[in-house]
Design a protein around this ligand. Structure first.
Ligand code: NAD
Length: 463
């Protein structure tokens, strides 16, 4: 393998995992961020967010991985073969993707290019941020504008789109052992650079003790720019719809007395369906699904096209959230004056990310109904204490349960799954209601311990 020199703009979950993995497999990588505190903590070996295995991967890549502020951009565009853009694309007011961070980064790359010496080969600017179809042309235009602003023709560039599919909580694994690598490119040159960059991952030829499974080549999917961008949105929209589908089935299970966990297992064995993303509960959230589904619907709206399936996926998801309140009402009758614990606050286990976390909206609804909300999370507690004034955050799950009338399982952390139901029952106040928003607890053991268990779509064990 010929090691390449790569830069990454943005050291969030995606940029940092990408940079660390590329360095780990043998490339020279420099990760840049505009946030100087973030850069300083990375230089000291501290990862500024919770992502299992990432600090270790960074440590193992020492010598090939560097960190710097964006003031180093001119230097980087002068020496790198390619430069990734991995900055945030949050949801804008109207649901569409807010591309301001991408725009700012692209213009900055252009200015740096304008100020750099002519290169032997064009710089490949690779967009990894999730952007609507056509976003890469916007990037390309802004890089050109930045070059013009710098008042110099500067070095040439090409563009590519390389959407990211990693999941927070397993970002290291997903980056080293992805299901596929998708690359949309505007030219043979850009495609060849990305093919070379990813070859150790595609061929699984890098040395690792990371994963004991037999190495299987990873599909490399070269495609056009628009299709690459669409693949990302279609993947997330499909997964969100799949979860909404099983939630629809869960609601029917409650009515007919079936257990959705059994049903999901039974249908998931069909290869055409597959067993993943079939967990019923309070629905999808997080930093990607809600904003990506919203952005896809916004694109369709802009084009005068209707998306009834996606609209339904969102409606079902909203209804699942409302179901939590409904289930609390059913057994507590009024929420005014009641104490309710939220078990798990991050949007899913193994991350401290609270973006789009159901805990936040649930806490707001509960406090508006007069309940006192306590919250526990093994990792995201401190961040929640800063971000969510509606939640009284405690750092022990049993302290959260103490004196509460009800608890909602929001995030299925191991620490939450492993709670001792007898101890929980001894600490809680009547009616000792557990609303299991992830169907994560043992319904029968909970019942036997004296808890009033309510899952989602679990028929006879509490719908
Ligand atoms: P993030 O918010 O965690 O990180 C973004 C980083 O970019 C921050 O550190 C910020 O300081 C930095 N940044 C912003 N503008 C900059 C600039 N001009 N120059 C240098 N640094 C700058 O974002 P993320 O979760 O890593 O997501 C990045 C992109 O990847 C988004 O488009 C997202 O939709 C997509 N994505 C995210 C995930 C995920 O699980 N988080 C998965 C797949 C795709």
């Amino acid at each position: 393998m010929q090691p390449l020199s790569a830069g990454v703009v943005g050291t969030g979950y995606v940029g940092l995992a990408t940079g660390a993995c590329l360095a780990y497999v043998g490339h020279q990588v420099i990760c840049l961020d505009k946030d100087q505190h973030r850069v300083a903590s990375l230089e000291e070996g501290r990862v500024p967010f919770y992502e299992p295995g990432l600090a270790e991967l960074i440590a193992r890549s020492a010598g090939r991985l560097r960190f710097a502020g964006t003031e180093k951009l001119t230097e980087v565009v002068g020496e790198a073969d390619l430069l990734f853009v991995a900055v945030g694309t949050p949801q804008g007011q109207d649901g569409s993707a807010d591309l301001s961070e991408v725009a700012y980064a692209a213009r900055g790359i252009g200015r740096a290019l304008g100020g750099s010496m002519p290169r032997e080969h064009p710089l490949v600017v690779v967009n990894k941020s999730t952007v609507p179809v056509g976003g890469i042309y916007y990037v390309s235009q802004l890089v050109s504008e930045g070059k013009n602003e710098a008042g110099s023709e500067g070095a040439e560039f090409r563009v590519a789109s390389n959407p990211e599919f990693l999941r927070e909580g397993s970002a290291v694994h997903d980056s080293l052992f992805p299901d596929r690598v998708v690359v949309g490119a505007d030219s043979r040159e850009a495609l060849d650079v990305l093919r070379a960059l990813y070859s150790p991952i595609v061929e699984q030829s890098f040395p690792t003790e990371w994963d004991p499974r037999p190495k299987v080549a990873v599909p490399f999917v070269p495609t056009d720019l628009a299709s690459a961008e669409m693949i990302k949105y279609a993947a997330n929209a499909f997964l969100a719809t799949k979860i909404s589908f099983i939630n629809e089935v869960a609601n029917l299970c409650e009515l007919v007395g079936a257990d959705v966990s059994e049903v999901a297992y039974g249908i998931g064995l069909d290869d055409r369906i597959g067993s993943r993303s079939l967990s019923a509960g309070l629905g999808w959230g997080g930093s990607c699904f809600p904003k990506d589904v919203a952005a896809l619907r916004a694109t369709a709206r802009e084009l005068g096209h209707e998306t009834p399936l996606l609209d339904a996926a969102v409606a079902v998801n909203d209804r699942q959230r409302a179901q939590v309140i409904h289930k609390l009402h059913q057994d507590l009758h009024v929420l005014e004056g009641k104490r309710v614990a939220l078990l798990g606050l991050s949007f899913k286990p193994n991350t401290d990310d609270l973006r789009g976390a159901p805990s936040l909206t649930l806490a707001t609804s509960l406090t508006s109904l007069g309940a006192t909300v306590l919250g526990y999370d093994p990792v995201a507690g401190k961040a929640a204490a800063r971000l969510a004034p509606d939640i009284r955050v405690v750092f022990d799950p049993y302290e959260a349960l103490s004196g509460t009338h009800a608890a909602v399982v929001v995030t299925e952390w191991e620490e939450v799954r492993g709670l001792d139901p007898k101890k929980a029952a001894s600490l809680m106040r009547e009616p000792k209601l557990i609303v299991d928003g992830r169907n994560a607890l043992d319904a029968y053991a909970s019942r036997d311990a004296g808890l009033l268990y309510r899952g989602f779509g679990r028929g006879n064990v509490g719908g």
